[in-house]
Design a protein around this ligand. Structure first.
Ligand SMILES: Nc1ncnc2c1ncn2[C@@H]1O[C@H](COP(=O)(O)OP(=O)(O)OP(=O)(O)O)[C@@H](O)[C@H]1O
Ligand SMILES: [Mg+2]
Length: 240
């Protein structure tokens, strides 16, 4: 499980996370919504230790992410993260892209890495694209490749940061379908998203961030059906 306890974080004089508390249980899907600059991406980068925090603590399976003694590289293997901006090695095929970190980071034998890559690429519906170069994939296919690459590392947790927001509208659905599938399979996920319909369908709980504060968190029926926080009410009426 992921335990976030009173986490504060500033960039210079700007306090971006103002005491966040959130526990995500194994198998739970939590989506995070909120306006631009509210701290959503920062929270994800703090969870996998890409960003330091100023106070509070974050535990992943009981290991404190920002403790000095923590082996961050090891901890990060448990946490897959997929961003809005896709990055692949253009000179490697789709299959090779999904194999690379398995071999380099996990030291898996090539044959094993290849088998896992094929499995995960099939899983996200790219079984027919193994030998293709990333530039030949559509945006939605590229994002699904990024998801396969993260899954191939056998993570316990997946963090998604607006993975559909750079996509043409007709490609959003296929990526959301992939996330829905992972949710159904019981993957523990935190998804930052602007897709309210998706958040409503897939989440166990939805968290609304406003100016560095988690202003409300509730099951989707409650959060969307009967929002209590006035800023959330404003946000929802603006996005509908
Ligand atoms: N590396 C950084 N250095 C300085 N300021 C930063 C840095 N990263 C983020 N910020 C600032 O922190 C605030 C929160 O940023 P964050 O990216 O977490 O917001 P967000 O909720 O993900 O927004 P969006 O919906 O636009 O992605 C913003 O004001 C941003 O400008
Ligand atoms: Mg963001």
């Amino acid at each position: 499980m992921i335990e976030i306890e009173n986490v504060r974080k500033s960039f210079g004089t700007l306090e971006v996370l103002k005491g966040i508390d959130l526990t995500v249980q194994k198998g739970e899907v939590v989506t995070v919504i909120g306006g631009s600059g509210s701290g959503k991406s920062t929270l994800l980068t703090c969870i996998n230790g890409l960003e330091p925090i100023d106070s509070g603590r974050i535990l992943v399976d009981g290991t404190e992410v920002h403790a000095k003694a923590t082996d961050l590289n090891r901890l990060r293997r448990k946490i897959g993260i997929v961003f809005q901006q896709f990055n692949a090695f253009p000179h490697l095929t789709v299959l090779e892209n999904v194999m690379l970190a398995q071999v380099k980071v996990l030291k898996r034998p090539k044959a094993e890495a290849e088998a896992e890559a094929v499995k995960q690429l099939n899983h996200v519906g790219l079984g027919d694209k193994l030998a293709v170069y990333p530039s030949r994939l559509s945006g939605g296919q590229q994002q699904r490749m990024a998801i396969a690459r993260a899954l191939a590392m056998s993570p316990g947790y997946m963090l998604f940061d607006e993975v559909t927001s750079a996509l043409d509208p007709q490609l959003v659905g296929e990526v959301l379908d992939t996330l829905r599938m992972l949710a159904r399979e019981g993957m523990t996920m935190i998804c930052v998203t602007h897709e309210m319909k998706f958040a409503r369908e897939v989440s166990d709980r939805v968290a609304f961030f406003h100016k560095g504060v988690m202003a409300e968190i509730a099951p989707p029926d409650h959060l969307f059906g009967a929002p209590r926080d006035p800023e959330l009410q404003k946000f929802l009426s603006a996005t509908h």
